[in-house]
Design a protein around this ligand. Structure first.
Ligand SMILES: [Fe+2]
Ligand SMILES: [Fe+2]
Length: 266
C-alpha cells in the first residue's frame, strides 16, 4: 500500500461543501423511515467525534506530531459530516429534536472506559498501534455503512452527499490503516493491539447509541447477501494487518447479535 501523504491531506482538508448540495431537491424524492432512522444514528455518531476526542487527548495519541496534525483535520471533517446529515434530515422534513442532555455528558460506562484507556496508554508505549487499528476498523465500517445506505436507499441528493462524505472517510481510513500497519511491525505491539481489539471492539456507536438502534442499523445495512459481502470485505481488509490474520469483527458480531442474519445469510 502506498504511503499516506499527510502534507497533501492537510492542504486539502476542508469541510464538506454544504453549498454544493441541492437541498431544495431533497423533498422531491421519498426518504423511507428506515433511512431517516439510520441517518439519525449516523448523525449522532459523527457529532460525537468531539467527545471521543476528549478521551483521546488524555492518551499518548497526541504525543505523535503526525497523529496530532491528522486528528485536528479529522475532527473538523467529521464535525461537518454531522452538520451535513442534520441538514439533510431537516430538508427531508425530519429535523433532529433538541438534545435531552448536553452533548458533553457521557454515561458512567463510557467515562470508565475513557479512564481505562488513559491508564493503558500511560502503561504501554505502543498505545498508538491500537488506537490506529481501532480507527482503521471504525473508518472502514463507517464508509462501508455509507456506501451500503446509498445502495439500499437511493436518493439523488442523499447519494451526492454520501459520495462526498465517503471520500473523506476513505482518506481517514487510509491514514489509520497505514499507521496501524507501520506501528504493528513490532510483534509485541501487534499482539497487545490484537488482544485489546479481540476483547473490547464493538461496532461504531456501541455504548453511545442504544443497542436496539445499532442492531436495527446493522440489519438494515448489512443483513442481506450483499450486506454480508460488504461486512466480510471489511473483516478481510483488517485481516491484512500484522497479527490480525484471523481476527473476528463485523460478521462475527452480526452472528452474535442479529437474530435474523445468524446462520441463514452467511
Ligand atoms: Fe464521518
Ligand atoms: Fe471518518
Amino acid at each position: 500500500m502506498a504511503a499516506f501523504d499527510l502534507e497533501t491531506y492537510v492542504e486539502r482538508s476542508r469541510a464538506v461543501d454544504l453549498s454544493a448540495i441541492d437541498w431544495a431537491d431533497v423533498p422531491r424524492y421519498p426518504v423511507p423511515p428506515e433511512t431517516l432512522r439510520t441517518l439519525r444514528y449516523m448523525q449522532d455518531i459523527e457529532s460525537h467525534t468531539i467527545i471521543y476526542l476528549r478521551s483521546l487527548l488524555a492518551t499518548r495519541a497526541i504525543d505523535d506530531p503526525e497523529v496530532a496534525t491528522f486528528l485536528a483535520c479529522w475532527l473538523y471533517e467529521e464535525t461537518f459530516h454531522g452538520i451535513a446529515l442534520a441538514r439533510f434530515l431537516e430538508a427531508a422534513g425530519a429535523p433532529l429534536p433538541p438534545r435531552a442532555t448536553p452533548r458533553g455528558q457521557e454515561s458512567m460506562a463510557k467515562r470508565i472506559e475513557a479512564a481505562a484507556t488513559a491508564m493503558v496508554s500511560k502503561a504501554w508505549p505502543d498505545f498508538c498501534a491500537v488506537h490506529m487499528t481501532w480507527g482503521a476498523i471504525n473508518e472502514l465500517t463507517t464508509l462501508t455503512g455509507y456506501r451500503r445506505l446509498a445502495l439500499v436507499s437511493p436518493h439523488p441528493v442523499l447519494n451526492d452527499l454520501l459520495d462526498r462524505i465517503v471520500l473523506d472517510e476513505s482518506r481517514h481510513f487510509f491514514f489509520y490503516y497505514r499507521q496501524a500497519e507501520l506501528r504493528m511491525h513490532g510483534r509485541a505491539a501487534a499482539r497487545i493491539a490484537r488482544l485489546l481489539v479481540d476483547r473490547f471492539w464493538a461496532p461504531v456507536g456501541s455504548g453511545v447509541q442504544p443497542d436496539a438502534e445499532l442492531r436495527f442499523l446493522a440489519t438494515y445495512l448489512f443483513a442481506g447477501p450483499d450486506g454480508r459481502a460488504a461486512a466480510r470485505k471489511v473483516d478481510e481488509t483488517i485481516r491484512r494487518l500484522p497479527g490480525f490474520e484471523n481476527v473476528q469483527l463485523l460478521e462475527a458480531w452480526m452472528d452474535r447479535h442479529l437474530e435474523t442474519s445468524a446462520g441463514s445469510q452467511a
